[in-house]
Design a protein around this ligand. Structure first.
Ligand SMILES: Cc1cc2nc3c(=O)[nH]c(=O)nc-3n(C[C@H](O)[C@H](O)[C@H](O)COP(=O)(O)OP(=O)(O)OC[C@H]3O[C@@H](n4cnc5c(N)ncnc54)[C@H](O)[C@@H]3O)c2cc1C
Length: 449
């Protein structure tokens, strides 16, 4: 038996839709379909791939990181892009394209590279991350009530941010009080305390490569691909029609109202449509005259089956702040992820860039070098908004609202951390209940479309 949603009061004037199409079965779309089904809504989930979680949600860094919700755009970023310009192993890379979409997005991103702009996004993102934690707990309870386990290699062993240089640690120290005040405990650790907490860092400690760390015990890690698959199956058990291997070609709108979506040879009627198409979101909406600033930022990961090396692997999730790589233990696998390339929609896996993630991992934990023959490399496109927060809500252009057209996308570097919370909030909005958190900071209206 699935437990009901803790819900808020419905507005008497709001008519809940009779049928909703959700486009995209990544973390965000599957969670949205599941949350709507929990509220008794009839849902069709359409996914162009053969199953759930096969694009950006396939092999991300695994971190559920309420402690690290600050956007990427910040005062140091323009300098870093210039510093690394042209280097194949650069953690940040700009590949200019003759594409106005890219330049417009970049201009918006650069405008957000101010300390004050970064600071103003931290609390809204944190609220979403904390709601996500609560929703993941609720999903686990729902599975347990059905006699099942939500199998996503989840572990809540905390996240340790490791700094090689003192100045990085000193800057980050300033955020500890703010986060603790907001309800996310963090504490600073000496180099010796870092290695005591996570013995897999012993080699870096012995080489004097750790200046210190900041530990957030309540954070966790898990496999977003397994999660998407499990949740899509749970949504189907609640009556959601999951149409895999079907691509939405267009969103149908008549008289200012969404009427459904067009597939290759069929119209699927709906009185509400949720676009959760990850990096493809902006392209799907453009024919409707909506120019959402969501642009792909490519990243890489490497997954290492641990087999007999489990004892040498970390149990705490690590962010190496100097090498710009995150490391998560997913059951009997180790995953490292990093790299940010602003270079369009190309998904070619470039081995020098993929290997640089592996090298960053072995720089931090040389004992993992022996696993190289088992390495599985992957790359994916983060759906990024310029300000590092997702866009959640009903859509309107400068001239008109399109009733029944909703978006849940642009989670960028934090889709796993914020996805379930954004799904629950949007489901509340669609059903006419007061969302569990204020969605105003996530409205598309903060950008002019
Ligand atoms: C290297 C890397 C590391 C990361 N690490 C972390 C991390 O540690 N923690 C964290 O919180 N986040 C992390 N992220 C970010 C996170 O993975 C993303 O924000 C998240 O996966 C986005 O999910 P999504 O559902 O929006 O997009 P997707 O997973 O891409 O899902 C969108 C789906 O829509 C489908 N689709 C698109 N167009 C259509 C169409 N026309 N018709 C039908 N279906 C369509 C696609 O096939 C896809 O399955 C990382 C990302 C990368 C790349």
């Amino acid at each position: 038996m699935t437990s009901p949603v803790s819900s808020a009061v419905s507005s008497p004037s709001h008519v809940a839709p009779s049928h909703v199409v959700v486009i995209g079965a990544g973390i965000v779309g599957t969670a949205t379909a599941y949350e709507l089904a929990l509220r008794g809504v009839s849902v069709t989930l359409v996914e162009r791939r053969e199953g759930a979680g096969l694009e950006t949600s396939r092999a991300n860094g695994g971190q559920l990181s309420a402690c690290e919700v600050a956007p990427w755009a910040g005062p140091e970023v323009p300098g870093l892009i210039l510093k690394w310009f042209g280097r194949a192993d650069a953690p940040f890379r700009l590949r200019p394209k003759p594409d106005p979409e890219q330049w417009l997005w970049l201009m918006r991103f650069l405008r957000r590279c101010r300390a004050s702009a970064r600071a103003e996004r931290v609390l809204p993102n944190l609220e979403l991350a904390l709601l996500t934690r609560a929703r993941l707990d609720a999903y686990r309870e729902n599975f347990a009530a059905d006699g099942r386990t939500l199998d996503m290699d989840h572990a809540q062993n905390g996240i340790l941010r490791v700094f090689r240089e003192r100045h990085g640690l000193e800057e980050a120290r300033e955020g500890i009080g703010r986060m603790t005040q907001a309800g996310v405990e963090q504490r600073e650790l000496s180099p010796a305390e870092c290695v005591e907490l996570e013995p897999a860092l012993a080699s870096s400690f012995q080489k004097d490569e750790i200046a210190g760390g900041i530990y957030c015990p309540s954070d966790g890690m898990g496999d977003a691909h397994l999660f998407s698959r499990e949740l899509a199956a749970a949504a189907e058990r609640l009556g959601v029609r999951f149409r895999a291997s079907e691509e939405v070609e267009a969103i149908e709108v008549h008289d200012g109202k969404t009427t459904g979506v067009r597939l290759a040879d069929e119209l699927v009627a709906a009185d509400a449509v949720v676009v959760a198409a990850g990096p493809m979101t902006a392209r799907l909406l453009r024919p409707l005259g909506l120019r959402l600033p969501i642009y792909p930022v490519k990243g890489y990961s490497v997954t290492l089956p641990l087999e007999d090396a489990e004892a040498a692997a970390p149990n705490v999730s690590i962010t190496d702040e100097s090498r710009k790589v995150v490391v998560s233990r997913l059951g009997n696998r180790l995953r490292a992820a990093g790299q940010a390339e602003i270079g369009g929609y190309d998904l070619t896996l470039e081995m020098p860039r993929a290997r640089s993630v592996f090298q960053a991992l072995t720089g931090l934990m040389p004992q993992m070098g022996a696993l190289e023959p088992r390495a599985e490399y992957w790359c994916g496109l983060r759906p990024m908004s310029p300000d590092g927060s997702p866009i959640i809500g009903e859509l309107a252009s400068r001239n008109r609202t399109i009733r029944g057209l909703y978006v849940n996308s642009g989670h960028g570097t934090l889709g796993w951390t914020m996805g379930a919370g954004s799904a629950a909030s949007l489901a509340d909005l669609i059903c006419g209940s007061a969302p569990q958190l204020d969605l105003t900071p996530f409205s598309h209206k903060r950008f002019s479309l």
